[in-house]
Design a binder for this molecule. Sequence first.
Ligand code: PLP
Length: 395
Amino acid sequence: MTDFAATRRAFHLPEGVTYLDGNSLGPMPLAATARAVRVLDEEWSQMLITGWNRAGWYVQPRKVGDRIARLIGAGPGEVVMGDTLSIKVFQAVSAARAMRPDRRVILSDSGNFPSDLYVAQGLARAVDAELRVVAPDEVDDAIGDDLAVLMLTEVDYRTGRRHDMQALTAKAHVSGALTVWDLAHSAGAVDVDLTGADADFAVGCTYKYLNGGPGSPAFIWTHPRHADAAQPILQGWMGHETPFAFDPNYRPAAGIERMRVGTPPVIALTVLDAALDVWEGVALADLRARSIELTQAFIAGVEADCPDVTLNSPRDPAMRGSQVGFRHPHGYAVMQALISEGVIGDFRAPDVLRFGFAPLYNDAADVDRAVATLARILRDESWNREQFHQQASVT
Ligand SMILES: *Cc1c(COP(=O)(O)O)cnc(C)c1O
């Protein structure tokens, strides 16, 4: 059994705070501080440029990728780190579309995160493809013979709705298309199994449920059957077969290494590596069971004590990731009031109160406190104060 009391103790969780926003930015693992100091004081400071070899900075994108692989059902050598998720979405979708040159359609859903849709719109313009966007529950029916790439985020950032990765991938393959799965709200939240689902490409960020810190680098996975065939469109020198030959012509490196673009963010990768230590000994089946326990208890508690809100997430846990949304006409002010009481979730327009439950550090006491605080704020209408209506630029 995974020791979740121990994983909780591995984080800095500020006194008096119930943190339910790890689906946006995970909290800081205690081990991050010493590791950050070490990479600065012992590596960069002492080794200077020799750190690329002596401290292993150059191979870090693959080594850290191997640690993430276990959490997403991938094998060693199949994942590489770098850049931001938006860039990795571009790398994956462009490579997938280039493997289906006779087809124009990239299919996604209206619940996808805007950046993924923007990237696909830009790509469609550049390579004469068409981005088709349907409602999340219409994706299945929209898979047809004209489909080049099915580009989906497995868990909807707003509703927590979870697509059936295995079934949709199988259907896309029957139609002759390839799949790109964005795991931004899956990796570290649910039991992802890319190999079992037979997916083609996957990408994800590491600052949400993987707790790598603000702006920590993204990951990309290519199924081994495509790894030596996929052609990255962002052809950077770090993805070259021999980067230090400084060849003026691009030749892709073998396997996933070709998806690298430029110099890796060593300091950020080092902090992420420290954050991944917490995952040692965590079984994905336990993670999923605990996530379901927490989210079910939260839904039951809120529905029993808060008559003014309505569930904005699937009720069936099999259809849900590790977050729960509730709608309230004054959702923004209600969330500000909650935050002022130390219960930190977030608000997503137009009216959604969003609560992420990270099995690694959230527990039953967090659920109880969040339910009780929300119920009180709604009952005494303490959200209805001037200060809670003022919108900040980053929420
Ligand atoms: C969080 C998130 C992003 C953010 O992309 P960045 O490039 O890291 O800013 C993109 N897509 C999805 C689905 C997300 O949830």
